[in-house]
Design a protein around this ligand. Sequence first.
Ligand SMILES: [Zn+2]
Length: 134
Amino acid sequence: MPTSLIPPPADDETECGNCGSYIYHGLLKCPNCGVYLDEPNETEDKSPKFRPKSKFSLAVESVLRKIRGEPDYAEELFTGALREKALFDDLLRKVGGDRSVVERLIEHERKQRPNATRLTCLQNAISRWENENR
Ligand SMILES: [Zn+2]
């Protein structure tokens, strides 16, 4: 059989998987053997619409926050800790370098305002110390 004489399918033709004859795209049924061509395949699109955020999208979000000038949560924590350290050192200097005194002053402020953060307690302790030691 001279297979080279068989022309390849044209652009708008498809080969029947059953009998091998060339059929126009768009036909649902092979005119030669009668097999249905465009049987709906199993839907491969089973991906959920709401995917959990990937590390990449979180990184993109972080960059976008920086572009918009919003503080990064981690950065906020960092500067908060730095500020706390600075205030602690400031108060430590004021009381003459005794850490236990600073802790007592912080503890005193915490009793005044139990819901205050350590940073706020430090700020209050400093202003109280400044008022009492003028
Ligand atoms: Zn066919």
